[in-house]
Design a protein around this ligand. Structure first.
Ligand code: G1P
Length: 273
């Protein structure tokens, strides 16, 4: 249904310095797997095979991760350590990876616009790898959203309820609930102050976008923090068309923060034991 997943991965990861000084934040491991690999696995489960990654300076480790390392393969060939590469090998066989660079950090909307050349004229998923999501025993968040897309064929954002003191970190929506957990977006504000927040329904790093969003982004002026915001483009879209917000099943960890990262590490470690 949806073939491509876009991974904006050009950000500096300043909340995780000094670990992210020379290493992309998307390569931070939860137990023994980097965040971006969890993201690619979730996208694959949702039916995507084309992984489009927006990188920037200092992000080459991501490209190397999804490539063959001849020396390493040679070194561990025939040993029990080969097992540890099985997951990533399968993933490389089944997916294609394409990259483009965002030269300047001008916001998530700008990163998505930069990827137009990789996406073309088709609907696509967007996954922010530092939001790590799991749904134990059930389908992943993107797979849930693709199913919803099959019904409505419109832009969809994933949302969750957050504490009111947290709304300033997120895009926040106001919506009319039209089915259980499915809201028609009526308003959307990027990182509002508590008193300006339309609700406590926060957008998390999973989107399905239709390709007409590129034309909207092209004309979206810089918003919050002087950056081009996908939130503003989606609000524009919501004024003309249906845009949905979906309360997903599962749990999200904000792995761009130390607290979320530690929580995810502990939970995933327990799960693997
Ligand atoms: C971005 C979006 C924001 C969204 C968040 C989810 O913000 O701009 O609307 O709620 O991702 O993680 P960032 O966290 O990149 O500042």
């Amino acid at each position: 249904m949806i073939n491509k997943c876009l991974f904006p991965a050009a950000g500096y990861g300043t909340r995780f310095l000094p670990a992210t000084k020379a290493m992309p934040k998307e390569m931070l491991p939860i137990v023994n797997k980097p965040l971006i690999q969890y993201g690619v696995e979730e996208a694959m489960e949702a039916g995507c095979t084309g992984m489009a990654i927006v990188t920037g300076r200092g992000k080459r480790a991501i490209e190397d991760h999804f490539d063959i390392s001849y020396e390493l393969e040679h070194q561990i060939n025939g040993t029990h350590k080969e097992q540890q590469l099985e997951g990533i090998r399968a993933l490389m066989q089944n997916c294609s990876f394409s990259y483009t660079r965002q030269h300047e950090m001008k916001g998530l909307g700008h990163a998505i616009y930069t990827a137009q050349t990789l996406i073309g004229n088709e609907p696509f998923c967007v996954l922010l790898a530092d939001d790590l999501c799991i749904n134990r025993g059930g389908r992943g968040v993107l797979a849930q959203m693709v199913e919803l897309y099959a019904k409505y064929q419109c832009c969809i954002v994933a949302i969750e309820e957050v504490a009111l003191e947290e709304v300033h970190k997120y895009g926040v929506i106001l919506g009319q609930e039209m089915a259980k957990g499915v809201y028609q977006v009526q308003n959307m504000v990027e990182k509002p102050k508590l008193e300006e927040a339309p609700s406590n329904l926060a957008v998390i790093g999973r989107y399905i976008l239709t390709p007409d969003i590129f034309e909207v982004l092209k004309h979206t002026p810089p918003g919050k923090n002087n950056e081009i915001q996908i939130t503003d483009a989606l609000l524009q879209q919501a004024q003309d068309k249906l845009v949905l917000a979906y309360k997903f099943e599962g749990k999200r960890y904000d792995c761009g923060s130390v607290e979320g990262f530690i929580q995810a590490t502990n939970d995933f470690y327990q799960l693997q034991r």
